[in-house]
Design a protein around this ligand. Structure first.
Ligand code: 26Q
Length: 755
């Protein structure tokens, strides 16, 4: 049992009630660290190494308290002493080790792997400044270093170090880790984070993320995805990747030997899951270590590694599939380049189809390497896997159908409901019991679709979550959200294919409609959040349009009481935990066929938002589960979109010329509106939409507007809306990452769980 009063006396020599929230935070973090340190690691002959460039883990204190089973007790003791755990948590900094869906997925997976008692660690890099901290200046995104490391209290020094040899110099690494506790488990796993011994933080100025990209021996672990718009930036990414996987491979061999492997049987001791292609060089690196340091024949090393590495694909966008000039690899890691050339030659002997070549015209296709020399390839939602098999990776599927499988993504319920939505958690516990914490099964809730008390409870829980969101937004950016507003949310990285610009066009439409005297039944608050890659100009322009629109509307007294647009600054896991529980509407409006899965769609659903979506990624599976009365779908089908691309048959300008659409797009360059923003950005975005619109926002925008109007109208039928929300919660169990991880383990990893 925990006695926080006693601990406060021991640590600070004062009463719990007299401590500051900051002191309480530190005390609880130390308490969790101590408890975690006592737990043994999940053990077993075979271990999983989940290698990922990103782990978007979020704050850890509450999550760890939940997983240790002491959350309620701690919360109560704090409350009795006049502390609010939510306020205490504000003193915890959020680790900045990820960027988007792929990184958050890795974090959810670590939670589930530990919860299922499977021996498996995450392996990545300890970025000192993360991706970047987003700040809005003159209605535009500026990128500042995210100084999370300075205040952190979660890293444990493992005291291990490896040497990594690059082409013309070598560096030493240093291994840190973060304990990963499973829910209700007496064991743990770890997130292993490699840092650079010679790292030099002084390369980074206080107010920008520009730094000398050539000082590789000092800068390797400063930032995640350093700007790759010039050659030095691109080279640096390759250096980072090789640093990550060389350390990972050395760790894997060392630990396998410690557990009794003679390395000939390495595949019985270790399995490696690579999160997208960023860690693909682990394949040649393992081969290098086995041949160079352990005297293995090349052919034996290849056949061992071929049984060990499994690849997850997260994207269908051709431009996001990693390709590196062979020259880059020759400079960064010449031995690895040589091995890749050998692997390429071997592969070409087997099959000379140029579509599946690893090296083509002097360029290395990382996905091709991963598919030929890995044993498993998976997509992240049913539709995505189907598109990979039938279109994007078809020549590979024809060669190796047995390697392919689908693993629809999932989210951890510990963070995405138990942690972020206590009111809904309590309602569920009181209604269907607590088995769902472990099983994820929420379908027993389906019995309550006509139970007034439960439906009322759901409305109350949503109200409480909205209050938390309002407080958060007021505290962070001083905006006041009306109490009875409908909350409509799109949060994700800014990307043209995700079509934040289409929602912006809807906002313009709604603004003009209200100006014409059509007042909505209640205030509508539309919330965006997301970062744009610094070198991605159009994405920056989209952010600028959203902020400029928000300010324009807020300054128009005829419209402001009915319509509000908020761009949340520095969207991260903490922000998500405040926004998602409060949402009424979940915007999932990517161009069909482009979003591999999406995972915020699952989080919204679990928290009782109704989805407004295209039939893309996992939205398709959500639609199947909840049925057509409990979701709103629209838009051109993925088949038709694929046809339009294949035949170059989409003509943006002809859509632009439709009067209803032209009015909306031209609003962006209306002189009065432009005068409130940056004319260059707005003009560029306007012209891009009118002439190019590569992701076809104008194709779907008319139907989107119609459906959105129907959604808002339906919201006013409160009884039927709440029922829809309840069905969404009840069907969300399918998207527990525990389910996903069970499938990975049964089909790919074959690990034995600790009892
Ligand atoms: C590309 C080229 C060179 C270097 C890096 C990259 C790069 C970096 C980041 C490519 C992709 C990413 C991130 C991808 C990502 O987050 N994808 C999302 O993954 C989620 C989890 O599977 C899915 O739900 C989303 O649909 C998908 O967009």
């Amino acid at each position: 049992m925990i006695n926080l009063d006693e601990r406060a006396q021991d640590v600070y020599g004062s009463k719990l009630s007299e401590l500051s929230d900051q002191q309480v935070c530190k005390m609880l973090q130390d308490l969790v660290k101590e408890k975690a340190a006592e737990l043994p690691a999940n053990d077993g002959k075979k271990r999983l190494y989940y290698i990922s460039a990103e782990f978007l883990i979020g704050k850890l204190l509450s999550n760890n308290l939940i997983n240790l089973g002491v959350y309620d007790e701690v919360k109560k003791q704090l409350a009795d002493a006049g502390h609010d755990l939510n306020k205490v948590e504000e003193f915890e900094v959020e680790p900045s080790l990820g960027n988007g869906g792929l990184g958050r997925l890795a974090a959810c997976f670590l939670d589930s792997i530990a919860t299922l008692g499977l021996p498996g660690d995450g392996v990545g890099l300890n970025y000192h400044y993360g991706l970047f901290h987003q700040k809005f200046v003159y209605k535009q995104q500026t990128a500042l270093p995210d100084e999370w490391l300075r205040e952190q209290d979660v890293l444990v020094d493992e005291g291990q170090s490896f040497t990594v040899e690059f082409g013309d110099f070598s560096v030493k690494s240093h291994l840190y880790s973060i304990d990963v506790l499973g829910y209700g488990r007496q064991t743990k796993n770890r997130l292993r984070l490699f840092d650079l011994e010679s790292v030099d933080d002084t390369l980074v100025p206080a107010d920008s993320i520009d730094f000398d990209k050539t000082k590789v021996a000092k800068n390797l672990t400063l930032f995640l995805y350093p700007d790759d718009s010039d050659e030095n930036g691109r080279l640096l990414r390759v250096y980072q990747q090789y640093f990550m996987v060389s350390n990972a491979a050395q760790l894997i061999l060392k630990e396998a030997v410690e557990r009794g492997s003679n390395l000939h049987d390495l595949a019985d001791y270790a399995v490696v899951q690579i999160n997208d292609t960023h860690p693909t060089m682990v394949i040649p690196e393992l081969i290098r270590l086995l041949t160079e340091q352990h005297g293995f024949e090349f052919s034996e090393a290849v056949s061992i590694v071929r049984k060990m590495v499994a690849y997850t694909n997260h994207t269908i966008l051709a431009e996001a599939l990693e390709k590196w000039p062979l020259e880059f690899l020759q400079k960064v890691a010449p031995k690895i380049a040589q091995i890749i050339q050998k692997l390429d030659a071997l592969q070409k002997q087997e099959n000379d189809d140029p579509r599946v070549a690893i090296i083509k015209d002097g360029v290395v296709h990382m996905a091709h390497l991963a598919i030929h020399y890995g044993f498993s390839v998976n997509g992240v939602a049913a539709l995505h896997t189907k598109i990979l098999e039938e279109t994007e990776l078809k020549p590979f599927y024809d060669l190796y159908p047995q390697k392919f499988s689908n693993k629809t993504n999932g989210i951890t319920f510990r963070r995405w409901i138990m942690g972020c939505n206590p009111e809904l958690t309590t309602l569920l516990d009181n209604t269907i019991g607590t088995d769902w914490h472990k099983t994820g099964d929420l379908t027993p809730l389906m019995k309550y679709t006509d139970d007034q008390a439960v439906l009322d409870g759901l409305v109350e829980a949503k109200g409480a979550a909205k209050k938390r969101m309002r407080d958060f937004l007021y505290r962070n950016q001083g905006v006041v959200v009306p109490e009875n507003a409908i909350i409509d949310v799109q949060v994700k990285r800014i990307h043209e294919y995700k079509r934040q610009q289409m929602l912006a066009l809807y906002i313009i439409w709604k603004y003009l409609d209200i100006k014409n005297g059509n007042k909505p039944a209640r205030p509508i608050t539309i919330v965006f959040g997301g970062k744009a890659a610094p070198a991605y100009t159009i994405a920056q322009d989209i952010i600028h349009l959203i902020i400029t629109l928000g300010a324009w509307i807020a300054n128009d007294p005829a419209v402001a009481p009915y319509l509000q647009v908020i761009m949340v600054e520095n969207y991260n896991v903490t922000a998500a935990e405040h926004l998602i529980p409060a949402a009424d509407i979940s915007e999932q409006i990517s161009l069909a066929s482009k979003e591999a899965s999406g995972t915020s769609n699952m989080k919204f659903m679990l928290n009782g938002a109704v989805t407004l979506c295209t039939l893309d990624g996992a939205n398709v599976e959500i639609a199947d589960l909840v049925g057509k009365d409990n979701i709103y779908t629209f838009g051109t089908s993925s088949k038709e979109v694929e046809r339009l691309y294949a035949q170059s048959a989409y003509d943006a300008h002809s859509y632009y010329l439709r009067p209803g659409i032209k009015l909306l797009v031209d609003f962006i360059t209306n002189p009065q509106f432009m005068a409130t923003g940056c004319p260059d950005r707005l003009r560029r975005l306007h012209d891009d939409m009118a002439w190019k619109d590569w992701f076809m926002a104008l194709l779907d925008v008319e139907e989107y507007i119609q459906v959105k109007e129907r959604v808002y109208a339906d919201y006013e039928d409160r009884a039927s809306w709440v029922r829809k929300a309840l069905v969404n919660v009840a069907q969300a169990g399918q998207f527990s990452s525990d389910r996903t991880i069970r499938q990975y383990n049964e089909d790919i990893w074959h690990l034995t769980a600790t009892k």
